[in-house]
Design a binder for this molecule. Structure first.
Ligand code: 5GP
Ligand code: ZN
Length: 113
Protein backbone atom coordinates (compact mmCIF):
# COMPACT_ATOMS: atom_id res chain seq x y z
CA UNK A 1 0.00 0.00 0.00
CA UNK A 2 1.34 3.39 -0.99
CA UNK A 3 -0.43 6.30 0.69
CA UNK A 4 -0.90 8.57 -2.29
CA UNK A 5 -1.76 5.80 -4.78
CA UNK A 6 -5.30 5.77 -6.12
CA UNK A 7 -5.21 2.07 -7.05
CA UNK A 8 -3.91 1.07 -3.61
CA UNK A 9 -6.72 3.13 -2.07
CA UNK A 10 -9.32 1.39 -4.24
CA UNK A 11 -7.77 -2.01 -3.47
CA UNK A 12 -8.08 -1.35 0.25
CA UNK A 13 -11.61 0.07 -0.10
CA UNK A 14 -10.49 3.48 1.11
CA UNK A 15 -12.01 4.80 -2.10
CA UNK A 16 -15.18 3.08 -3.23
CA UNK A 17 -15.23 1.47 -6.64
CA UNK A 18 -17.26 -1.47 -7.91
CA UNK A 19 -15.03 -4.52 -8.15
CA UNK A 20 -16.08 -6.89 -10.92
CA UNK A 21 -13.59 -9.47 -9.70
CA UNK A 22 -11.34 -9.76 -6.66
CA UNK A 23 -9.04 -12.35 -5.14
CA UNK A 24 -5.99 -12.20 -2.87
CA UNK A 25 -3.75 -11.10 -5.76
CA UNK A 26 -5.70 -8.68 -7.91
CA UNK A 27 -9.00 -6.98 -8.66
CA UNK A 28 -10.84 -5.66 -11.71
CA UNK A 29 -12.69 -2.34 -11.96
CA UNK A 30 -14.18 -0.34 -14.82
CA UNK A 31 -11.94 2.41 -16.14
CA UNK A 32 -13.31 5.80 -15.14
CA UNK A 33 -12.59 7.19 -18.60
CA UNK A 34 -13.35 4.39 -21.10
CA UNK A 35 -11.76 4.49 -24.55
CA UNK A 36 -13.71 1.47 -25.80
CA UNK A 37 -17.23 0.06 -25.39
CA UNK A 38 -15.99 -1.91 -22.40
CA UNK A 39 -12.80 -0.84 -20.64
CA UNK A 40 -11.61 -2.52 -17.46
CA UNK A 41 -8.47 -2.37 -15.36
CA UNK A 42 -6.96 -5.49 -13.85
CA UNK A 43 -4.88 -4.31 -10.91
CA UNK A 44 -2.46 -6.48 -8.94
CA UNK A 45 -2.85 -5.58 -5.26
CA UNK A 46 0.85 -5.13 -4.62
CA UNK A 47 2.15 -1.62 -5.28
CA UNK A 48 4.95 -1.15 -7.83
CA UNK A 49 5.03 1.11 -10.85
CA UNK A 50 6.20 -0.95 -13.81
CA UNK A 51 7.41 -4.42 -14.80
CA UNK A 52 11.00 -3.43 -14.12
CA UNK A 53 10.03 -2.59 -10.52
CA UNK A 54 8.32 -5.93 -9.90
CA UNK A 55 9.28 -7.52 -6.57
CA UNK A 56 10.44 -11.12 -6.64
CA UNK A 57 7.61 -13.57 -7.18
CA UNK A 58 5.27 -10.99 -8.68
CA UNK A 59 5.77 -12.15 -12.26
CA UNK A 60 4.14 -15.45 -11.30
CA UNK A 61 1.34 -13.62 -9.48
CA UNK A 62 0.63 -11.37 -12.45
CA UNK A 63 0.80 -14.38 -14.77
CA UNK A 64 -1.85 -16.07 -12.66
CA UNK A 65 -4.02 -12.96 -12.80
CA UNK A 66 -3.73 -12.76 -16.58
CA UNK A 67 -4.61 -16.44 -16.89
CA UNK A 68 -7.89 -15.69 -15.11
CA UNK A 69 -9.07 -13.22 -17.70
CA UNK A 70 -10.55 -15.80 -20.12
CA UNK A 71 -12.56 -17.32 -17.26
CA UNK A 72 -14.34 -13.95 -16.96
CA UNK A 73 -15.21 -13.93 -20.65
CA UNK A 74 -18.97 -13.55 -20.24
CA UNK A 75 -18.87 -10.98 -17.46
CA UNK A 76 -16.32 -8.77 -19.25
CA UNK A 77 -17.75 -9.22 -22.77
CA UNK A 78 -14.65 -10.91 -24.13
CA UNK A 79 -16.36 -13.48 -26.37
CA UNK A 80 -15.48 -11.77 -29.64
CA UNK A 81 -11.93 -10.95 -28.62
CA UNK A 82 -10.30 -8.31 -26.51
CA UNK A 83 -7.12 -6.34 -26.13
CA UNK A 84 -4.73 -6.08 -23.18
CA UNK A 85 -2.55 -3.00 -22.80
CA UNK A 86 0.09 -2.39 -20.16
CA UNK A 87 1.48 1.13 -20.36
CA UNK A 88 5.02 1.41 -19.06
CA UNK A 89 6.38 4.82 -18.18
CA UNK A 90 6.32 8.25 -19.64
CA UNK A 91 6.49 7.63 -23.38
CA UNK A 92 3.57 5.21 -23.12
CA UNK A 93 1.58 7.82 -21.24
CA UNK A 94 1.30 5.83 -18.02
CA UNK A 95 -0.76 8.02 -15.71
CA UNK A 96 -1.07 5.84 -12.62
CA UNK A 97 2.24 4.51 -11.35
CA UNK A 98 0.82 1.24 -10.01
CA UNK A 99 1.05 -1.63 -12.49
CA UNK A 100 -2.25 -2.35 -14.19
CA UNK A 101 -3.55 -4.10 -17.27
CA UNK A 102 -6.16 -2.42 -19.44
CA UNK A 103 -8.76 -4.85 -20.79
CA UNK A 104 -10.62 -3.50 -23.82
CA UNK A 105 -13.60 -5.31 -25.31
CA UNK A 106 -17.02 -5.11 -26.91
CA UNK A 107 -16.15 -3.60 -30.28
CA UNK A 108 -13.87 -3.89 -33.28
CA UNK A 109 -10.62 -2.11 -32.52
CA UNK A 110 -9.46 -0.29 -35.58
CA UNK A 111 -7.39 2.01 -33.42
CA UNK A 112 -4.02 1.90 -31.68
CA UNK A 113 -1.55 -0.91 -32.62
P1 5GP B 1 -2.50 4.45 -17.57
O1 5GP B 1 -2.50 5.64 -18.45
O2 5GP B 1 -1.73 4.68 -16.29
O3 5GP B 1 -2.11 3.19 -18.26
O4 5GP B 1 -4.00 4.21 -17.16
C1 5GP B 1 -4.59 4.66 -16.00
C2 5GP B 1 -6.07 4.50 -16.19
O5 5GP B 1 -6.69 4.61 -14.94
C3 5GP B 1 -6.69 5.57 -17.10
O6 5GP B 1 -7.30 4.93 -18.22
C4 5GP B 1 -7.70 6.27 -16.20
O7 5GP B 1 -8.88 6.58 -16.87
C5 5GP B 1 -7.92 5.27 -15.09
N1 5GP B 1 -8.19 5.84 -13.79
C6 5GP B 1 -7.49 6.83 -13.16
N2 5GP B 1 -8.03 7.09 -11.96
C7 5GP B 1 -9.07 6.24 -11.80
C8 5GP B 1 -10.01 6.02 -10.75
O8 5GP B 1 -9.99 6.68 -9.71
N3 5GP B 1 -10.94 5.05 -10.94
C9 5GP B 1 -10.99 4.30 -12.08
N4 5GP B 1 -11.96 3.37 -12.16
N5 5GP B 1 -10.11 4.47 -13.09
C10 5GP B 1 -9.17 5.44 -12.96
ZN1 ZN C 1 -0.49 1.51 -5.53
Amino acid sequence: MKNDCIFCAIGENKIKSEKLYEDENCFIIKDINPICKYHYLMIPKMHYATIKDMPKGQAEVVGKCIALIPTLSKKLHLENGYRLIVNQGEDAGQGVMHLHIHILSGQKMNFIV
